[in-house]
Ligand binder design. Structure first.
Ligand SMILES: C[S@@+](CC[C@H](N)C(=O)[O-])C[C@H]1O[C@@H](n2cnc3c(N)ncnc32)[C@H](O)[C@@H]1O
Length: 345
């Protein structure tokens, strides 16, 4: 899926003169750096959305795919028949859901997806990417969920718009809360938990993004939902705001446009993100007993893990050669993985 998205995005950028593409990215990123609740869409025209899709969509796709995969791992094989992506823009979360659950819902019919956004150019480009060549040329059923997505214009501004969302099995709200006023954020999360038994909210992995995730998490747990990922519990987060923030990293291969705009030679970068995935009791699943909340440190003969745990809050542990198969597993464990892992005795 990542490869297909990458190809679709590369085709898109090929159509733009390089200078125009970098200028659009720079303008867009300048807008995104500020305090962002705005009175009108920032993605105003095709150049804006091509810049967004080429420059940011691979990263938001990587972050949401990781969040959805972590969430899926904690359920007992649950999969959504319907998906609502709120503030979905060019559809990163729709591609991510396809990467994690494939095209079909539990009944074998293609998942029905709706993307809501107030930026018509973003919806148009999302539709174009989702219905691209690969999907029409693919085998039977291939890409059906993406192709069948409904791209619907809706504002999330003000109580009336933010508070009414159509029902679905899964609601994703990815990289959106930071663009809303505090009041609208609360209304959108409230509407999301009314609309669906499963809600996954993703934000940039900054202290502010984490604070928005914590506010959403409080709202979700306050309404009786259980957190399945990343947290091993639904109690208060043990991280101290202002001192630390819970976030993870998703590896993103940099495109030629990235290198053009950012310079540097690394072929990849890590997109930092914070997220919460919560469900109503109707969805069976259990959180992990522990999750690795920092990049593991590997020393000769030992691995140091910083964990968030169900019973013990934040805890550091050292796994040494003496631990045998656990040590071998710890050598491969990554930031954001669960611990103990599935194969650990
Ligand atoms: C940073 S983009 C994220 C897009 C997509 N969810 C992703 O992960 O790539 C934020 C999106 O939220 C939309 N948005 C921001 N404020 C909105 C509002 N008040 N009503 C509807 N959509 C809004 C923007 O148009 C944009 O598509």
């Amino acid at each position: 899926m990542e490869e297909e998205l990458r190809r679709a995005l590369a085709r898109l950028v090929d159509g733009l003169p390089p200078r125009k593409a970098s200028a659009a990215v720079e303008r867009l990123m300048a807008g995104y750096r500020g305090d962002t609740p705005t009175g009108a869409p920032m993605l105003r025209d095709r150049a804006d959305v091509v810049a967004y899709a080429a420059y940011r969509m691979p990263a938001t796709f990587a972050a949401v795919s990781t969040a959805l995969a972590d969430f899926a791992e904690r359920t007992d094989g649950w999969r959504p028949a319907t998906h609502l992506d709120v503030g979905g823009g060019t559809g990163a979360a729709v591609w991510a859901a396809a990467a994690v659950w494939g095209d079909d819902g539990p009944d074998g019919a293609p998942r029905r997806t709706t993307v809501l956004d107030w930026a018509e150019p973003a919806l148009a480009l999302g539709r174009e990417l989702a219905t691209g060549d690969r999907h029409t040329a693919g085998g039977p059923g291939e890409g059906k969920a993406l192709r069948g997505t409904e791209w619907r214009r809706q504002s999330l501004r003000g109580q009336q718009d933010a508070a009414s969302l159509p029902a679905a099995d899964l609601v994703t709200v990815s990289y959106v809360l930071g663009e809303l006023t505090e009041q609208d954020r609360g209304a959108v999360v409230a509407a999301a938990l009314d609309a669906a038994p499963a809600v996954v909210v993703t934000e940039p992995g900054t202290p502010d993004g984490y604070a928005r995730i914590m506010a959403a998490r409080d709202q979700l747990t306050g309404a009786g939902l259980r957190v399945l990922a990343p947290c091993p519990h639904s109690a208060a987060c043990p991280m101290v705001p202002g001192e630390d923030w819970c976030h993870f990293g998703a590896r993103v291969n940099r495109s030629s446009l990235h290198r053009q705009v950012k310079g540097g030679s690394l072929p990849y970068e890590d997109e930092k993100f914070s997220y919460v995935a919560a469900v109503r009791p109707a969805i069976a699943g259990e959180p992990a007993t522990g999750r690795v909340v920092r990049r593991p440190q590997k020393r000769k003969g030992q691995v140091l893990l910083d964990l968030c745990t169900a019973g013990d809050g934040l805890r550091a542990t050292t796994v040494t050669k003496r631990h045998g198969s656990s040590y071998r597993e710890a050598r491969d464990v990554k930031w954001g993985d669960t611990w103990p892992g599935p194969g650990t005795a």
